[in-house]
Design a protein around this ligand. Structure first.
Ligand code: UDP
Ligand code: MG
Length: 324
C-alpha cells in the first residue's frame, strides 16, 4: 500500500528571482496561500540572484510579514540554475516545488501536482502546452535542441518541460549529491531518474518586467546543456572527418584515373582554394567544439562553489520533518 496516499507532506517552494521587485509582492502571497491550502507546514524560499533592482528589500519586507518566507540573498548574479541549486540546498520540506517568481507558473496546478505525488510519483513536471510567449523561431530552435540533445542518449530530456515541477525529498537529495558546477537542471532532473510523470499547463503571461531568456540567454543555456549531457557534437566531428577522408580518397583516385587513363590535365586552382577553405573552416570549428568541452572541464576542476550566499533571512520550516 502506498504510504503517501493519505499523507500531507511539508512543502517548500523554491523561487529564483532576478529583478522581480515588481512581482514578488503579488506572487509570494499568492503562492503561500495556495500552499497553505494544501499543507499546514509550508515555506517559500526566495533566492535573490544578485538582482539590480529592489528585489532583496521587497523580499526582506515580505519576510517580516510572513514567517513562512525565507530569503537567500546570493552575493551576485549566478544564473537561474545556480539560484535553483541554492534554493534546493535551503529547502527543508518533504516535497519541493520549483516555481518562477514572475507569476508565469499557475498556482492552480499545485493541487494536481501533489495528487500525482500521492499516487507515488517522485517527480511531477509541468510541460508547457504552448510556446505562445516566445517567437516562432525560438520555438523551432528549442525543438531542434531537444532532438539533438536526446539523439543517441540513454537519458531522455522531455521537450518543453521547464523547471516548474514538484519533487520528492529523495530526488532533492539526489540532485544535491551531484557535484558539478555547470548545472543544467533540466538535464540533471532527467539524469537522476525516479518515477516521473508530466502534467500539461499553459504558461501565464509575465506580470511585470521582461524575460532573461531571450534567444541569446537560451542559446548560452542550450550550449551548457549540450556540452554537459551529450557527446553527440564530438561524435559528429569524428563522422565528418571520416566522410571527408572518404571523399578526398575518392576524388584523389578519380584525378589519377583522369591523368593516366584519360590523359586529361587536371586544372587545380579553384578546387585547391575551395578545398583548403573548407578544411580550415572545419578544423577551426572542431577546435571550437573541443574548446567548449575543455572549458567546462576547466570550470569543474577549479571546484569553485556554484553560488555564494550574502545573507539569509527568515525561518521557514523550523526543522526537517520525518519522511513518509
Ligand atoms: N532568474 C534568475 N536568475 C537569472 C535569470 C532569471 O533567478 O539570472 C529567474 C527569474 O527571476 C524567474 C525565473 O528565473 O523567476 C525565470 O526567468 P524568466 O522569467 O526571465 O525566464 P522565462 O520565463 O522567459 O523562461
Ligand atoms: Mg518567466
Amino acid at each position: 500500500m502506498n504510504t503517501r496516499a493519505s499523507h500531507t507532506p511539508s512543502i517548500s517552494c523554491v523561487m529564483p528571482a532576478y529583478n522581480e521587485a515588481g512581482n514578488l509582492g503579488t506572487v509570494v502571497p499568492q503562492v503561500l496561500a495556495a500552499l497553505q491550502a494544501l499543507s499546514a507546514r509550508t515555506e517559500v524560499i526566495v533566492v535573490n540572484d544578485g538582482s539590480r533592482d529592489d528585489t532583496a528589500a521587497v523580499a526582506r519586507a515580505l519576510c517580516a510579514a510572513h514567517p513562512e518566507l525565507v530569503l537567500v540573498d546570493l552575493s551576485r548574479n549566478f544564473g537561474k540554475e545556480a539560484a535553483l541549486t541554492a534554493g534546493l540546498d535551503a529547502a527543508r520540506g518533504e516535497v519541493v516545488v520549483l516555481m518562477d517568481a514572475d507569476g508565469q507558473h499557475p498556482t492552480s496546478m499545485l493541487r494536481e501536482m501533489l495528487d500525482k505525488w500521492r499516487q507515488g510519483n517522485d517527480v511531477v513536471y509541468a510541460v508547457r502546452r504552448t510556446r505562445d510567449d516566445q517567437s516562432a523561431l525560438h520555438g523551432q530552435l528549442a525543438h531542434m535542441f531537444y532532438r539533438l540533445i536526446n539523439w543517441g542518449s540513454r537519458i531522455e530530456i522531455p521537450p518543453n518541460a521547464g523547471d516548474f515541477r514538484l519533487i520528492d525529498r529523495k530526488v532533492v537529495e539526489a540532485l544535491k549529491a551531484l557535484p558539478e558546477r555547470n548545472r543544467f537542471m533540466k538535464g540533471l532532473y532527467a539524469w537522476v531518474g525516479f518515477q516521473s510523470t508530466a502534467l500539461e499547463y499553459a504558461p501565464l503571461p509575465r506580470a511585470e518586467g521582461k524575460s532573461s531568456f531571450g534567444l541569446r540567454g537560451s542559446f548560452a543555456l542550450a550550449l551548457t546543456g549540450m556540452v554537459a549531457f551529450s557527446s553527440a557534437p564530438l561524435r559528429a566531428l569524428s563522422l565528418l572527418g571520416l566522410l571527408l577522408s572518404a571523399a578526398a580518397l575518392g576524388y584523389g583516385a578519380w584525378v589519377v584515373i583522369e591523368y593516366f587513363w584519360l590523359g586529361i590535365d587536371v586544372p587545380g586552382y579553384a578546387t585547391l582554394a575551395a578545398g583548403m577553405m573548407l578544411l580550415s573552416g572545419i578544423q577551426l570549428m572542431s577546435i571550437g567544439i573541443l574548446a567548449e568541452y575543455t572549458g567546462r572541464i576547466y570550470d569543474e576542476v577549479k571546484q569553485r562553489p556554484a553560488y555564494l550566499v550574502r545573507e539569509r533571512s527568515g525561518t521557514g520550516l523550523a526543522s526537517d520533518i520525518g519522511h513518509p
